[in-house]
Design a protein around this ligand. Structure first.
Ligand code: ZN
Length: 297
C-alpha cells in the first residue's frame, strides 16, 4: 500500500473552468504560488482544450512556461484529444491527465466518441509517449452520469481494466457530478485497488450532495492516498449540468490532520488561499472550513 498522502490541487483547472470571471495569467500564477506556499506539491494547472469552448483555459503553454521557472511542484494538464496531446507533450507540463468518460452518452457529448472508442484513441496517442511526463487516466462519471444515470461497478472495472492495459502511472475515478456515497466507494474503489496492483489509485470527488468528505475517508480506509480537491470547494463541469464544486482542500486537510494523517498542507494557509480566491471570483465559496475556521483548543 502507498504511504505518501497527496492532495492534488485542481483549482486552476476544474475549479476555475466554470467561473464567469476570466483569470489573467498573473491571477493564475498568484493562485498557484499561494497553493504551493500552503504546502501543495501537485497541481492540475491547465487544460489543453479549445479556448473557444473553455475560455478560462486559454494559453496553457504560457502558464506552464512561467510555472516551470519555479520547479517546486508537479504540474499537470488535462487532455481530451490528439491536438491537446500534441500540445501537452510539447509544453512544460510534468503530468498529463487523460479523461475517459464511463458512460457512452456523456462520452459522446464530451469527447464526440463512445467510451470504447475513446480508450482506443488514447491507446494510439500513447504509442508516442514522452519520457519524463507522467500519465494519469481519469474515469469521469464513474459513480453516475448526468445523462445515463447509474454506472455499474462492473462497467467501471471493465473500463479501468482496459485503461490499466495502457500502463498509466496512475488511475483515477471521478465522481464528476457528486452523487457517490461511501457504499459506492467500497463497491468501485476496493476492487479497483486490487485490479490496479502497483498503479496508484486517485480519487476525484465533488461535493454536490455533501458526501465528498465521507467518501474521501472511506477511500482512505480502503488504501487511497491521492485526492483531488480545490480551494474553497470551487468548481464544476461545463458539460455536467448542475455539478457543483470539488471537495474543498481545507475541508480535507481538517479531516485528515485532525485524524493524525499528515497532508503536508497548512490549514491556516489553505483557508487564507480560499479566502483570497473568494475575493477574486466575487461570490461565496462553499467550503465548511472557510465558513467555520479551524477548531483551536
Ligand atoms: Zn471534476
Amino acid at each position: 500500500m502507498e504511504t505518501e498522502f497527496q492532495i492534488i490541487d485542481v483549482t486552476p483547472r476544474d475549479g476555475l473552468q466554470n467561473e464567469p470571471i476570466i483569470f489573467s495569467l498573473e491571477q493564475k500564477l498568484d493562485l498557484i504560488w499561494h497553493s504551493i506556499e500552503a504546502g501543495v506539491s501537485r497541481i492540475e494547472a491547465a487544460s489543453f482544450v479549445n479556448p473557444k469552448k473553455v475560455p478560462q483555459m486559454a494559453d496553457p503553454e504560457n502558464l506552464l512556461d512561467k510555472l516551470s521557472e519555479k520547479r517546486n511542484a508537479s504540474y499537470s494538464g488535462l487532455v481530451l484529444n490528439e491536438r491537446g496531446y500534441s500540445r501537452a507533450i510539447s509544453s512544460n507540463c510534468d503530468e498529463i491527465t487523460f479523461v475517459i468518460v464511463a458512460s457512452d452518452e456523456f462520452s459522446l457529448k464530451n469527447q464526440g466518441m463512445t467510451t470504447a472508442e475513446s480508450i482506443g484513441y488514447i491507446s494510439k496517442l500513447l504509442k508516442n509517449r514522452k519520457t519524463g511526463i507522467k500519465i494519469c487516466i481519469s474515469i469521469a462519471a464513474a459513480f453516475g452520469c448526468p445523462f445515463a444515470g447509474e454506472v455499474s461497478p462492473s462497467r467501471v472495472l471493465e473500463i479501468a481494466d482496459k485503461c490499466l492495459d495502457l500502463n498509466p502511472d496512475e488511475i483515477s475515478l471521478a465522481d464528476t457530478i457528486g452523487v457517490a456515497v461511501p457504499k459506492d466507494i467500497k463497491e468501485k474503489v476496493k476492487p479497483l485497488i486490487l485490479l490496479s496492483s502497483k498503479i496508484p489509485v486517485r480519487l476525484h470527488l465533488h461535493n454536490t450532495r455533501n458526501t465528498a468528505v465521507s467518501n474521501a475517508w472511506t477511500a482512505f480506509e480502503l488504501g487511497v492516498r491521492r485526492f483531488d480537491a480545490s480551494f474553497g470547494g470551487i468548481g464544476g463541469c461545463p458539460f455536467a449540468p448542475k455539478a457543483t464544486g470539488n471537495v474543498a482542500i481545507e475541508d480535507l486537510v481538517y479531516l485528515f490532520e485532525k485524524s493524525g494523517i499528515a497532508t503536508g498542507i497548512n490549514l491556516d494557509e489553505a483557508i487564507k488561499v480560499a479566502n483570497w480566491l473568494q475575493d477574486q471570483v466575487k461570490h461565496p465559496l462553499p467550503s465548511a472550513l472557510l465558513a467555520a475556521g479551524d477548531f483551536k483548543t
